[in-house]
Design a protein around this ligand. Structure first.
Ligand code: HEA
Ligand code: HEM
Ligand SMILES: [Cu+2]
Length: 717
């Protein structure tokens, strides 16, 4: 060993020892028991209902982009819940531990968390929320929606897609393992040099943090490559660049950011690993190391990352506003340009996270101006959305409410971001909870856009709508929570409260802290409302079934195929005629035209290899964290062997014959007719009845760019 490791090391188990299991911790021990019992209950239920085969065939080994997307979203929602509980713990600690010696109203106990534990909670909260809640939620939606929106059968690389998911799951598992085996980092979500050096953080916490981030960076990169190739190569005929649905543009710009910025993070963490494992000195205070080198490298990724997560959210908002305003998106081209402008500038602003480093006025001014530039394209987007709604026929569905909420948060977060971008102001509020309030406003834009999208696209994926009443109830509870937690936080920021306080010395702040705790209670109610929403919607699923065009005013291509989307997406690859293809076909009376003939289609086979590699990457991450070298080697070799075997075997795929396809399509059509009948409409979504079944596909002989023959020349849309 290059450094002395507390707790020792042995060749068999590395640093692992019984003393690392926190069985005497009053919070973790009961939680562990609950998790084990919960796990046993789930296994028992699956066995009882005989669902193992289904789970294995339909989900665990699937390469279907929709199912992988759903699993990404499930991981995201579970981790959002975990992150929320962390947020709840932080808020509760701060409401409790108030006073110079923590002798405020409830302060005699100094709160209920030790500073050591408290540091782990906010570090895990930040990392989880950004990389394991927001990112998988967005990647999940990109996975499900992008291929359908461009008329593709699947992603370009279905197997790689599964690999990305399982590596992300491995990252989630690794950070969850840190709850019960060892502990997590206390260096914040972004880490500080030299505190994460082995001398100052000798435990395994930093290693958990570092390897979790590495795994997630890898998973996201794989997903990014796949999405880029899919968008560039797999568009249906007629889907020209400027006919792409806006969410596809958003995904494209976001993934360009991901692919170009994640390597910086991986390099930074690789160097941290060299410091901690090999005794290098990249980020130490002496021996040639440079502390700020780490900070620079981290934020060269960290800042683009925040735009990587906000751009798809903007894309979601751009899909929701037009549908519930019954108007096309205002300023489509400027929307696209704005996304790329944001992506472009995002690489030039990283230093605004450490204006106080002391780089001098010239450097700070450059980064200040660059940062403020982002306000222009973002402003373009804000005004475009406003003009989309202006004089539209607005319906305030739950999805629309979430999107409007996101817009308000964006305004508040954006304007406070502008304040932070001014170095003179930044010197006053850096490291205060004002910064925390700024970025929660921004990051909550994502949460709002995601919940809006869950409601918006749920019927497309599952074939029935979510219950509007409970979706709105959840929205209002969540929004009340947001106001109660984050308005006082802005105020405390101005009063000078610094971030990451494990106890609060100023008793005058306690009323604000208690209001924030009240906000947490309301947030918790909104979590319950979400569960009720799921329960009620699943209970009423037959009543709430929908046809292809679930909202009746939908615009883009995904609304032309059945709901739920069949595994092959489109029976016949559609020809695209216009930017808002679904709206265009509705206007032209061809929304329900059947294809002239079906042809055989080629689909990829399921594979368990991605799941195995995912599991092995977890083992590798765990072994690296605990320095169990033989296990590192074994898992690495196993991964490489699996990869080689898989690449030699390849996947010949399988054929769905035209006859089979026709049979499945007939069933789907019959089902959709039934739904239309029960809704009392001739064709789903109020499309003009043309005496044809409520079906999604165009005749394959339809010209790609002209008006349909039935409408004659000069028809308008
Ligand atoms: C999704 C996440 C997200 C987004 C989109 C943003 C967007 C912006 N952020 Fe934020 N930010 C974070 C997440 C995000 N941020 C995080 C996580 C941190 C801290 C991490 C940590 O320390 O732990 C942070 C920290 C941070 C700092 C460092 C604070 C500090 O530590 O001292 C700064 C400073 O400049 C900043 C600025 C900005 C600006 C100017 C924008 C702009 O993009 C905003 C642009 C939007 C608008 C301006 C609103 C709409 C525009 C109009 C209506 C037009 C009219 C307005 C004008 C022309 C001004 N952010
Ligand atoms: C649901 C409601 C949420 C609550 C109540 C909440 C609460 C908190 C609190 C109390 C802190 C610590 C503040 C401090 O340092 O003083 C914090 C930090 C943080 N939160 Fe949240 N949060 C929520 C949602 C989110 C979401 C959705 C994200 C990201 C997508 C997020 C990302 C972060 C980050 C990055 C930090 C900084 C961690 C650090 O200092 O290292 N939070 N949050
Ligand atoms: Cu930034």
């Amino acid at each position: 060993m290059l450094v002395d490791l507390p707790g020792g090391w042995n060749p068999l188990l590395g640093r692992l020892a019984w003393s690392q299991i926190p069985y005497d911790n009053p919070i973790l021990a009961p939680l562990f028991v609950a998790v084990v019992l919960g796990g046993i209950a789930i296994v028992a239920l699956i066995t009882y209902y005989g669902k193992w085969g289904y789970l294995w065939k339909e989900w665990l080994t699937t390469v279907d982009h929709k199912k992988l997307g759903v699993m990404y979203i499930i991981i995201g929602l579970v981790m959002l819940f975990r992150g929320f509980v962390d947020g709840l713990m932080i808020r509760t600690q701060q409401a409790w531990a108030v006073g110079p010696d923590s002798s405020g109203v409830f302060g005699a106990l100094h709160g209920y968390l030790t500073p050591f534990h408290y540091g782990q909670v906010y570090s895990a909260h930040g990392l989880i929320m950004i990389l394991l809640a927001a990112t998988p939620l967005l990647v999940g939606f990109m996975n499900i929606i992008v291929p359908i929106q461009i008329g593709a059968r699947d992603m370009a690389y279905p197997y790689l897609n599964a690999l990305g998911l399982w590596i992300t799951a491995a990252g989630a598992a690794l950070i969850m393992a840190s709850l019960f085996v060892g502990n997590f980092a206390h260096n914040g979500w972004f880490g500080y040099a030299p505190i994460f050096e082995i001398q100052y953080s000798p435990g395994v916490g930093v290693d958990y943090w570092m390897w979790t981030l590495q795994l997630l960076a890898l998973g996201t990169t794989l997903g990014g490559i796949n999405l880029l190739v899919t968008i560039i190569k797999m568009r249906a005929p007629g889907m020209t660049w400027f006919r792409l649905p806006i969410f596809v543009w958003a995904s494209l710009s976001a993934n360009i950011i991901a692919l170009t910025s994640f390597p910086a993070l991986q390099v930074a963490l690789g160097l941290v690993a060299a410091d901690r494992y090999l005794g290098a000195h990249f980020f130490t205070a002496g021996l040639g190391g440079n502390l700020m080198l780490y900070t620079n490298l981290f934020w060269i990724w960290g800042h683009p990352e925040v735009y990587f997560v906000i751009l798809p959210a903007f894309g979601m908002m751009s899909e929701i506003f037009p549908v519930f305003s019954e108007k096309p998106l205002f300023g489509y081209i400027t929307m696209v340009l704005a996304s790329f402008a944001i992506a472009g500038v995002s690489w030039l602003v990283w230093l605004h996270h450490f204006f106080t480093m002391g780089a001098g006025p010239d450097v700070n001014s450059f980064f200040s101006v660059a940062t403020m530039l982002v306000g222009i394209p973002t402003g373009v987007k804000v005004f475009n959305w406003a003009f989309t709604m202006y004089r539209g026929r607005l319906t305030f569905t739950a999805a629309m409410l979430w999107a409007i909420g996101a817009l308000f948060l964006l305004l508040i977060g954006g304007l406070t971001g502008m304040m932070l971008a001014i170095p003179a102001i930044n010197y006053m509020v850096h490291n205060s909870v004002f910064v925390i309030a700024h970025f929660h406003s921004m990051l909550l834009v994502i949460v709002y856009a995601v919940f809006g999208s869950v409601i918006f696209w749920f019927p497309k994926v599952f074939g029935f709508k979510l219950d509007e009443f409970w979706a709105k109830t959840m929205f209002w509870l969540f929004t009340t929570g947001t106001v109660l937690v984050f308005v006082p936080m802005y105020m405390l920021g101005f009063m000078g409260m610094t971030r990451r306080l494990d106890y609060v010395f100023n008793v005058h702040w306690q009323p604000y802290l208690l209001v924030m705790e009240g906000g947490i209670v309301v947030y918790t109610l909104s979590v319950f409302a979400f569960f009720v929403l799921l329960y009620v919607s699943i209970r009423d699923r037959v009543k709430n079934r929908v046809g292809a065009d679930a909202w009746g005013t939908s615009r883009s291509l995904e609304w032309l195929t059945h709901s739920p989307v069949p595994f092959y997406n489109f029976a016949v690859t559609p020809h695209v005629n216009a930017r808002d293809e679904a709206a265009w076909r509705r206007a032209n009376g061809i929304a329900g035209v059947q294809p002239a003939k079906y042809v055989d289609i080629h689909m990829p086979n399921n594979t368990a290899v991605a799941l195995y590699i995912g599991a092995l990457t977890f083992v590798l991450g765990f072994a690296l964290t605990w320095r169990i070298w033989w296990l590192c080697l074994a898992s690495l070799v196993a991964i490489i062997v699996l990869m080689i075997v898989r690449s030699y075997r390849g996947d010949p795929g399988y054929i769905v014959t035209a006859a089979e396809l026709e049979r499945m399509e007939r069933e789907a059509i019959a089902r959709e007719r039934q739904i239309d009948g029960s809704a009392g409409e001739p064709v789903v979504g109020g499309a003009p009845a043309v005496g044809r079944p409520a079906m999604a596909y165009e005749r394959s002989d339809l010209p790609t760019t002209s008006t349909p023959p039935s409408m004659g020349p000069g028809a308008r849309h």
